[in-house]
Design a protein around this ligand. Structure first.
Ligand code: ATP
Length: 432
């Protein structure tokens, strides 16, 4: 094993510590032809924790999935949160077992051929060598047998281990990016996540594929799926920077443009309960241009996100943030008191406010307002409610809301400090 990588024995030992790992090892002891493969092997050889486990079998992916599911589910008993789900994909002979603690992807060893560039592949049952060869990068084309009697036997595509030790991303053949141009986005994502270099010939092939318009041969739906994978990385901004650096962002759609400084500041401003993927996607739209150099119109944003198959709730939140953020900068500037800031921001998404703060000049009143709203003011609430005013004799109706609003404004502006009695007194005294 090259320096810097774990041994196979260590990989198998660490697999035993992963969710689902002991069950896989136990199943391996009962059957041959079960191999750990792909990202899981890559990460365990690097000493990292895999995000999920990928295995391949010679056949019977669906049977293995249900056996695994019952073992994983049986662990914690009926009705527990560990209860697992399985899904079988007929065309690709793959199955997925997922439960609250983990996920195992099961694939049937296969060989793939591409009828047309960018199309989904034709699939047939294959050997492990063919299965390794259909993969995206050499570092993902390494497998370790878990089945007996060959447990621990390692299979690798040419250069696999050497590239992994050298932290290098290399495609398996020269037409890889043309066959499946989504690999260009995967390349960018792995470079950012693993901090790997791109091998020079692979970089050259990626450049040529991009300049040749390879991404235009892929459906928007698949591009959207890859973009969402980049957005869901734990270092999502780094992944986007990497996609942009490769020249792939504008190739997905010219309406997507990354302003790293704005995105960075927006992320820094956003609280833990905000959705970074919404924030980042909104910032891409905000920087984007329509064909004539004008900013993207709202209708164009809808068309773009629909074509990339964002869900309707995600699409609406992203677009609302992108559309409203520029106008929030001025609204925050004009809000002198915290209660006015509440009036301007209470109905806006956290991501819209964070983005607006990032668009504002550094240290401006607007930026400080966004910081203070997101950091504390949005969490100021009254201890009293409508029922307290009803009990005090205020008749049901809109006046209740107005009086509560007046009490909240007083609390936000520091006129009262949270005691229920004080809040009630203000609400009874002021009409709002
Ligand atoms: P992650 O850590 O994100 O789960 P992963 O490497 O396991 O990364 P997956 O998307 O789960 O990535 O895919 C599992 C494996 O399937 C990859 O390691 C790779 O070998 C192969 N693979 C996935 N997508 C492609 C593709 N478009 N072309 C070729 N091989 C692919």
């Amino acid at each position: 094993m090259p320096d810097g990588l774990a041994t196979v024995a260590q990989v198998i030992e660490r697999l035993g510590d992963q969710p689902g790992g002991p069950e896989l090892l136990a199943l391996g002891a009962e059957r041959d032809e079960l191999m750990l493969i792909g990202g899981a092997v890559r990460d365990l050889l690097l000493g990292l924790c895999p995000r999920e486990l990928d295995v391949v079998v010679a056949d019977g992916a669906a049977d293995l999935a249900s056996e695994l599911a019952s073992r994983v589910g049986a662990l914690a008993g009926e009705g527990s949160v560990q209860r697992s789900q399985t899904a079988f994909h007929e065309r690709f002979h793959t199955a997925l077992v997922s439960w609250s603690d983990g996920q195992i992807d099961i694939a049937t060893r296969r060989s793939e051929s591409y009828a047309a560039p960018g199309a989904l592949p034709e699939v047939s049952v294959g050997t492990i060598e063919q299965d390794l060869r259909r993969r995206d990068f050499t570092v993902n084309a390494i497998a370790i047998e878990l089945g007996e009697p060959g447990r621990g036997t390692l299979h690798s595509a040419v250069h696999g281990l050497e590239d992994l030790a050298a932290k290098r991303l290399r495609v398996l053949h020269d037409t890889s990016f043309l066959d499946d141009p989504t690999r260009l986005l995967r390349l960018a994502r792995y470079r950012a996540r693993l901090g790997f270099e791109i091998e020079p010939h692979t970089a050259d092939l990626a450049r040529k594929a991009l300049h040749g318009g390879a991404l235009a041969t892929v459906s928007r739906s698949r591009l959207g799926a890859e973009l969402r994978l980049a957005l869901s990385e734990s270092e999502a901004l780094a992944a986007l920077v990497s996609v942009e650096r490769l020249g792939a962002l504008g190739a997905i759609h010219p309406g997507l443009r990354l302003d790293v400084a704005v995105a960075e500041r927006a992320l820094e401003l956003s609280p833990v309960d905000a959705h970074p993927e919404v924030l980042l996607m909104a910032s891409l739209l905000l920087g984007g241009e329509s064909g004539n150099g004008a900013p993207l119109a709202e209708g164009q944003m809808f068309a773009l996100l629909d074509s990339l198959e964002f869900t309707a709730p995600a699409r609406d939140r992203i677009i609302r943030s992108a559309v409203v953020a520029p106008s929030l900068v001025a609204r925050m500037q004009d809000a002198g008191r915290p209660s006015q800031l509440h009036g301007a921001l209470a109905s806006e998404a956290l991501e819209a406010v964070a983005l607006a703060g990032a668009l504002a000049a550094p240290d401006s009143a607007s930026e400080l307002a966004a910081r203070s709203w997101l950091g504390s003011l949005r969490n100021v609430h009254l201890a009293i409610g409508g029922e307290d005013l009803l009990a005090a004799g205020i008749p049901a109706g809109p006046e209740i809301g107005r009086r509560l609003g007046a009490a909240l404004a007083a609390k936000l502006d520091g006129e009262i400090h949270g005691a229920r009695e004080e809040e009630l007194a203000v609400a009874l005294e002021r009409q709002g």
